[in-house]
Each structure stands twice: as C-alpha cells, then as structure tokens.
Design a protein around this ligand. Structure first.
Ligand code: FES
Length: 102
C-alpha cells in the first residue's frame, strides 16, 4: 500500500493509504491527511491543494491540463495539485502556505 509522508508547518504526518487513493477525497471524509491538508474545490480549479513533491514524483502521471493551467512555472519546481492525483506508490509531499486562489 502507498505510504504517504505529508509535511505541514514543520510537522510530519505519515500513513499508509489504499492504492488509487486521492488525498483530497480522503480529507473530505475526515481521514488522513485531514485536517492538515488545505484544499477547496477538489476539481483542479483553485490550486489550494498544491503540494511540492519531495519523493516519489517519478511514479506520478504527467500533469494534466488543469495542473498546467493552475501551477504554471511551479510545475518545474515539483508542485502538483493533490486533488488531481490518485496515488499508487509511496510519496512524500510538503504543503506550505496555501496558494492564492485563481
Ligand atoms: S482543491 Fe482546488 S485545485 Fe485541488
């Protein structure tokens, strides 16, 4: 099962999730990484869920058009929209200050 390591405000949260898990969907039903993950729309429109991938990016699919539109140059810095990711492998993420909504 994918092991998710989530950094927020200097704290580290870690939990195994089922394969094909979406972290925003999980947070929506108050499961890890709730309440630490910031998100809003869940549809790739607001960028509130943007996280920088510290490890495991090689297992993720290429960014979709919503991520390209919302993240722009931040894609090259390793950011992804967590609401657009269904996790199959271990991943380590950090979420700093919420991104400005578009
Ligand atoms: S929650 Fe809005 S873009 Fe992910």
């Amino acid at each position: 099962m994918p092991l998710v390591t989530f950094h927020k405000h200097g704290q580290v949260f870690r939990e195994e999730v089922l394969p094909n898990t979406n972290l925003v969907v999980r947070a929506g039903i108050r499961q890890f990484p709730y309440p630490h993950l910031s998100y809003q729309c869940g549809m790739g429109k607001c960028a509130t869920c943007a996280c920088k991938v510290l490890a495991g990016a090689e297992h993720l699919p290429p960014p979709n058009w919503k991520e390209k539109k919302q993240l722009g140059e931040r894609l090259e810095q390793g950011f992804r929209l967590v609401c657009q990711l269904w996790l199959q492998h271990d991943i380590e993420l950090v979420q700093e200050a919420p991104a400005v909504a578009a």
